[in-house]
Design a protein around this ligand. Sequence first.
Ligand SMILES: C[S@@+](CC[C@H](N)C(=O)[O-])C[C@H]1O[C@@H](n2cnc3c(N)ncnc32)[C@H](O)[C@@H]1O
Length: 312
Amino acid sequence: MKDFVIEFLICPSCLPEEYSLHERIKHRDGNDIISGELLCPNCRKVFPICDGVALLNITPEQIPLPGNKYETPQSLSSYLWGHYGNLMGEEEHIDAYQTWVDVVDESRGLALDIGCAVGRFSLEMSTKSDMVVGIDLSLLFIKTARKIAKEGSLKAKLFEEGLIAREQEFSLPSSWHPEKVEFIVADALNLPFKSGVASQVSSLNVIDKVPSPLRHIKEMDRVSRKSGAQCLISDPFSWSPEASPVDEWLGGKENGAFSGYGIENIIKILNSRETFLFPPWRIIYRGHVWWKLRNHRNHFELIRSLFIKAAR
Ligand SMILES: C[S@@+](CC[C@H](N)C(=O)[O-])C[C@H]1O[C@@H](n2cnc3c(N)ncnc32)[C@H](O)[C@@H]1O
């Protein structure tokens, strides 16, 4: 984990109280801490840094999470293709990430990409922000994203059919700045960041994947600056009881709290004066992208992801 991240970190287990973490470094490579620990002075919890990856989930001993569908080679193949297909020269690729990056204004300070998967948006955001941290619960995704950032390239294993796979190499464009980007394992619902540190926060296709979408939004709001902040939220709103109980959905219901469509409810949550978030966010722009994943050479998923950019 690069040194620049430390000043922003707090213990995720002690939230809503915020305690800075103490570092105990065993091995470093320049500004990169390769192994060591981060300790909470309050609850005494120890968060390990192994092979450069900081495990800042509240249960670091459980990582990788058993049964996490984002820890398989097939899932890695789908996401590497989805994120870097254009850099691989893949014909069927759709460039959703470029559209998302284009709606974000350049800003000073820290950008957080929550649920970053294999890191495409975080890495491209290095053209817009001084520092970027990508956060995900998948250890496999975070290790891969770190490798791409460190080496500037990757030989991806892309599944073609069954167990048949091909290797496809890609390199990052020279205009990106991977040295400004870090990736950590952490939970979107308990972000290990101090309040008000981020000038830009994003959640791309994550809202409908977490057990409590409202808590995810509140955490994004907490870590964002009170003024001079941008927020990008995009989602297909594929609500499912496997990801979160129906009571927690922020849309996709005929009756009760948060009935109606998810995108409209999220807009209300962001800019409502009475309720959840303070100060409220102004909606600057809304649109959609076509987002595509490739499971194998004959199986693609085409997803319409609705996005809003907000600021305050
Ligand atoms: C549908 S993918 C979207 C990935 C990426 N943002 C994109 O748009 O390509 C959802 C991602 O969220 C991550 N995720 C799911 N639950 C999470 C949580 N509680 N905290 C952090 N990441 C989470 C998954 O590991 C996965 O990488």
